[in-house]
Design a binder for this molecule. Structure first.
Ligand code: CU
Length: 148
């Protein structure tokens, strides 16, 4: 190997090493933290959901808006009793936006971003049907009964 060939080989090896270190640093600084941040956010918002017996959780699961076999709201039919468990907490666990919109307009959260929570307390007995304005095939029902 001549002197210039040795120098070129040395430069190439140096570039490969620097590149490897740089990409490892990029992963640690930019990629890894975002993974940890999203995990933290998920567990934080989960604890915000209803943990009392006086309310009922309804989740919007992953893929809820996919037309074919969409899971929609889960559960999509609930019965609550005034004074017992008449507060309903909806949580969007999907990665797309959804809404919880009453057909009689008595309640509405039109912009539920991923991770968002919507809380509504029912005070009048009746049957309340709701849907998602972005995915009209997503339907849910809340039956509200008086304490009696
Ligand atoms: Cu939707």
């Amino acid at each position: 190997m001549s002197q210039s060939q040795t120098t070129i080989a040395g430069v190439i090896i140096l570039v490969v090493i620097v590149g490897a270190i740089a990409s490892l640093g990029y992963f640690q600084v930019y990629v890894a933290p975002s993974v940890f941040v999203s995990t933290t956010t998920t567990s934080t918002t989960t604890t915000v959901s209803c943990t009392r017996t006086s309310c009922v959780n309804v989740t919007i699961p992953m893929g809820a808006g996919t037309p074919a076999g969409a899971p929609g709201y889960s559960p999509d039919f609930i019965t609550v009793v005034i004074g017992v468990n008449n507060t309903v907490v909806w949580k969007n666990n999907d990665t797309s936006i959804h809404s919880v919109t009453a057909r009689d307009n008595s309640f509405n959260d039109a912009t539920m971003h991923p991770g968002d929570i919507f809380i509504h307390t029912f005070t009048t007995p009746g049957k309340y049907e709701y849907y998602c304005i972005y995915h009209v095939w997503m339907n849910g029902t809340v039956v509200v009964k008086s304490a009696s």
